[in-house]
Design a protein around this ligand. Structure first.
Ligand code: IPE
Ligand code: IPE
Ligand code: MG
Length: 256
C-alpha cells in the first residue's frame, strides 16, 4: 500500500502533543447511552491515536484522562472510569508499539488496585523507546504547582544538617528549579495542545508547561476523533510561526 499523502511535513511533526480528550459523555448521551459507554468508546480512540502518533514519530503524548475536578462527578461514573483505567492498561498495547507509560497526578487519591496497576505498567514499559504516553490522572495544574512549591521547601528543610545550609532565599527560586519540581520534569513542554469536544478552555491542564504551546480546538467528540483529525491538527500546527516573543523577521533569519 502506498504511503498516504499528508499535507504536512513528516520532518516537522510536533515532538510533544498534549491532548484534552473531551466529549465522551455528550457522545454517549446523543446515542441514548450511559456516559460510561462514551468513556469505553474513548479508550478505542486512545489506542488508535497512540499508534498513529508512534507511526508519525511523536515522542510524547500526554492525555488528560481524569482531572482533580472530575472527583466531583457521580460515584458510578468515577468507578466506571477507574474500572476502564484498570482494564485498558494491557501490556500488549505498549509492547506492540514500543511505548513507555508514565503517570502524572495525585496518584495517592486513586484506588489501591489502580495505583498498583499503574506502577506495574510503568515498570514493565520503562525500557520502551518509540514514544512516551503520559496519562494525567487525578491531575490538575494548580495541584501540581502547589505540590512543586511544597517539594522545594521540604527538600531544603531535609538538607538542614549540612554545614553550608542557610535559609531558602529568593535567589534560589528560578524558573528552572520550579520546572524540575513539576510532575512533567522528565519531558519537554508540549509543542501542540489539542482539545476535542468543542469547549474553548484549558480546564486546569498543564498551565505551567503550555506557556508557548500552539493551541488547537475542534468540535469532534473524543470517541469520533480519528487519524485524519489528528493530521488536520498537525497541519494547522505546521502552518503557524512560533515566535517566542521575537519578530517575524528574526525568526525567518534564524531558520535560514
Ligand atoms: C472527557 O469527557 C473525559 C473525562 C473528563 C473523564 P467528558 O466525560 O467530560 O464528556 P462531556 O464533556 O461530558 O461530553
Ligand atoms: C477536562 O474535561 C478533563 C479531562 C478531559 C479529563 P472536563 O469535561 O472535566 O472539563 P470542563 O469541566 O468541561 O471544563
Ligand atoms: Mg467534558
Amino acid at each position: 500500500m502506498a504511503e498516504p499523502n499528508y499535507n504536512f511535513d513528516m520532518e516537522r511533526v510536533p515532538q510533544h502533543i498534549a491532548m484534552i480528550m473531551d466529549g465522551n459523555g455528550r457522545w454517549a448521551t446523543e446515542r441514548h447511552q450511559p456516559r460510561s459507554y462514551g468513556h469505553q468508546a474513548g479508550v478505542d480512540t486512545v489506542r488508535r491515536i497512540t499508534s498513529e502518533c508512534v507511526r508519525l514519530g511523536v515522542k510524547y503524548l500526554t492525555l488528560y484522562t481524569f482531572s482533580t475536578e472530575n472527583w466531583s462527578r457521580p460515584a458510578d461514573e468515577i468507578s466506571a472510569l477507574m474500572g476502564l483505567v484498570l482494564s485498558s492498561l494491557e501490556d500488549e498495547i505498549f509492547m506492540k508499539n514500543n511505548v513507555r507509560f508514565r503517570v502524572i497526578g495525585d496518584r495517592q487519591r486513586l484506588p489501591e488496585a489502580v495505583q498498583q496497576k499503574l506502577r506495574e505498567t510503568e515498570e514493565h514499559t520503562a525500557a520502551n523507546s518509540a514514544m512516551t504516553m503520559v496519562v494525567a490522572l487525578s491531575y490538575s495544574a494548580r495541584w501540581e504547582i502547589t505540590q512543586a512549591v511544597k517539594d522545594i521547601i521540604n527538600e531544603h528543610e531535609n538538607q538542614a544538617e549540612q554545614p553550608s545550609h542557610g535559609p531558602l532565599t529568593t535567589a534560589d527560586i528560578t524558573e528552572d528549579l520550579i520546572s524540575k519540581h513539576m510532575q512533567t520534569s522528565f519531558m519537554p513542554d508540549p509543542d501542540l495542545l489539542i482539545r476535542t469536544g468543542g469547549e474553548l478552555r484549558i480546564s486546569n491542564y498543564l498551565l505551567w508547561q503550555i506557556a508557548y504551546s500552539e493551541l488547537y480546538f475542534c468540535d469532534t467528540y473524543w470517541p469520533d476523533f480519528n487519524e485524519a483529525d489528528l493530521h488536520k491538527a498537525i497541519e494547522s500546527y505546521q502552518n503557524r510561526q512560533r515566535r517566542f516573543g521575537k519578530t517575524e523577521a528574526q525568526v525567518e533569519e534564524e531558520s535560514k
